[in-house]
Design a protein around this ligand. Structure first.
Ligand SMILES: [Zn+2]
Ligand SMILES: [Zn+2]
Length: 314
């Protein structure tokens, strides 16, 4: 007799076998990032240069402030009707460019700026930016947030953008953790975050519990991770003509995955080579790889949420 498996059971088995969605851990998402930024800044100091090391340390201060702001923040979950509409239209439930933000994100921004200002010695330009942001009125801040979330880079103040993005990350991470993985459905557009619709900063091949060596894309805004099969372009889904690039003498845990079809690239991190990899931090600390990729004629598919300058400026 032929054994027929119920499709629902097959699906349930597949769901168990692969964690398709990994929601961020609000107890330590930003503190882990801060620790990683500090660790990477220390190894940077041992190498050449130093400017990127200083920047990594400043972003570590910001990430610690984010963790502490998140501790007292509760996001309002979108109501049932909004969730039903999003699901009907195949939209993410907390769409960054579509959701009405509550003014609380500006309170978070004020907290972040105060924490950075109190952290000690700062370059004058950073101090001035944080003081300016802390005293800014609602309208220009909302306009900058719209430009950030809408990807309109030319409208941004690059010095202020990492702090604004820092506050929006706290807000959206708070929102993402209002859901359970089961409630988050994979989108038809596979290259964007299924919680907030933002592009990924990088991808990571995980070997920790529940991930079974799978590759995940990491959201630049809410830090949700979603599964994507390996050796597939995270932009155009092409599976042929992918190449992996690394810097000679650089970390074996960080490579760039380039696509011959769309000529784009994103970095891919390997937890088996370094268990501490963190997508935002490791991407930011490997700017030399971006320079190499630019020279080889590939374009970056999406930016780092903590750096809004043209790479040519470095
Ligand atoms: Zn997201
Ligand atoms: Zn591609």
């Amino acid at each position: 007799m032929e054994r027929v498996l119920d499709p629902a059971r097959i699906e349930a088995f597949a769901e168990r076998a692969i964690a398709r969605i990994r929601l961020p851990d609000r107890r330590q998402a930003f503190s882990r990032r801060a620790a990683r930024l500090r660790q990477l800044s220390a190894s940077e100091r041992a190498g050449e240069g130093g400017a990127i090391g200083d920047y990594l340390r400043l972003m570590a201060v910001l990430a610690d402030a984010q963790q502490s702001a998140l501790g007292s923040f509760t996001a309002a979950r979108p109501n049932a009707e909004a969730l039903r509409l999003a699901s009907t239209h195949g939209m993410p439930p907390a769409h960054a460019a579509g959701l009405t933000r509550e003014p609380s994100w500006r309170g978070i921004l004020g907290e972040l700026c105060s924490s950075v200002l109190e952290s000690g010695e700062l370059p004058a330009a950073v101090r001035e930016t944080c003081e300016r942001l802390r005293g800014a009125s609602a309208a220009p801040l909302e306009a900058q947030a719209d430009a950030l979330l809408g990807g309109r880079v030319v409208e941004l103040d690059p010095a202020a953008a990492p702090f604004l993005m820092g506050a929006l990350q706290v807000y959206w991470l708070g929102l993402a953790t209002q859901f359970t993985p089961k409630e988050i459905k994979p989108l038809e557009v596979h290259g964007v975050c299924p919680v907030c619709g933002t592009l990924p900063v990088a991808s990571v091949v995980r070997v920790d519990k529940g991930s079974c060596g799978n590759r995940y894309l990491h959201c630049a805004l809410c830090a949700t991770e979603w599964h994507m099969v390996r050796i597939t372009c995270s932009c155009c889904q092409e599976t042929k003509d992918l190449t992996y690039h690394s810097i000679e003498g650089g970390s074996p845990a960080v490579r760039a995955e380039s696509c011959g079809s769309c000529r784009g690239y994103r970095k891919i991190l390997y937890q088996e080579k370094d268990p501490g990899v963190e997508p935002v931090a490791d991407d930011l600390a490997s700017l030399a790889l971006d320079v190499l990729m630019g020279m080889e004629g590939y374009h970056r598919l999406s930016g780092n949420p903590l750096l809004w300058l043209e790479l040519a400026a470095h």
